[in-house]
Write a protein that binds this ligand. Structure first.
Ligand code: DGL
Length: 270
């Protein structure tokens, strides 16, 4: 018999993008309370230095620990790429799940021709975190990386169906098409929102991997192993904390989650 643990799951990101991960967690674990933290005031992280990203991540983790979370999900690829160890050290015995470890496990054996592409922010690409994690699991695989620095600002501007996005996406994806990859990791939390454009450009023979899915599956396994499910909570509590309240958090957030955001609170980190 699983033990009950009603403490919330802490999920964090540099901003809004991590809500794509929250959405998959809500679907897989509908009885769990969730605390989401988005560092809206200081995003984007993807173009910042490793030292800065690590400092911001440490501040956020301290906040989540103060909220008594039972597990921490790093929903941001950029933070997973450069600050995972810092997060784990601070979290001590609180389990930490991150999108890059989960996404790498999900993709390492998924390519038929052993050619995998990764698209992400410059910080994630520069860290080599995806190729390192994937090749550790499957040394036969070749990983081709492409930084797509304009995707996040375009998505945040709402240019999801815009012709400008498609033109820029074609430019970014062309080198990966030339390498004949058959698997492409959407290595940034925002990219699932433009999955249709990416799929159209890459064609039907490229398998697109969204690490959010494997991350929530890994969270389910972790809670199960540690007997920490919140089994019969019929009205889960979802609380959203941000470092700046901007109208677009509500609008884009509700578009990401396909549900209303009722509890939105401002926090200051130090
Ligand atoms: N959430 C970030 C990621 O997954 C992208 C946004 C940012 O650059 O802060 O890499």
């Amino acid at each position: 018999m699983a033990h009950l643990n009603s403490d919330p799951i802490g999920v964090f990101d540099s901003g809004i993008g991590g809500l794509t991960v929250v959405k998959t967690i809500m679907a897989k674990l509908p009885h769990e309370n969730i605390i989401y933290f988005g560092d809206i005031a200081r995003l984007p992280y993807g173009t910042k230095s490793v030292t800065t990203i690590r400092k911001f991540a440490a501040q956020t983790v301290k906040f989540l620990i103060s909220q008594k979370v039972k597990a921490i999900v790093i929903a941001c690829n950029t933070i997973s790429a450069v600050a995972k160890d810092e997060v784990k050290n601070l979290a001590k015995n609180i389990p930490v799940i991150d999108v890059i470890s989960s996404g790498s496990k999900a993709s390492a054996f998924s390519s038929k021709n052993n050619k995998i592409g990764v698209i992400a922010t410059p910080a994630t690409i520069n860290s080599d975190a995806y190729p390192t994690a994937i090749q550790k699991l499957n040394p036969k695989v070749q990983v081709f990386s492409q930084a797509c620095s304009l995707f996040v600002p375009l998505i945040e501007e709402g240019f999801i169906d815009h012709v400008a996005l498609e033109l820029i996406a074609r430019e970014y994806l062309q080198p990966l098409i030339r390498q004949q990859i058959d698997t492409l990791i959407l290595g940034c939390t925002h990219y699932p929102l433009i999955k249709e454009v990416i799929a159209k450009i890459m064609g039907i023979h490229t398998n697109l991997i969204d690490p959010a899915i494997s991350t929530s599956e890994e969270l389910v396994q972790t809670l199960s192993m540690m007997k920490m499910f919140n089994l019969d909570n019929i009205a889960p509590d979802y609380r959203f904390f941000v470092t700046e309240i901007v109208p677009k958090f509500q609008s884009i957030g509700e578009r990401f989650l396909k549900t209303q955001i009722n509890h939105l609170e401002l926090v200051t980190l130090d």
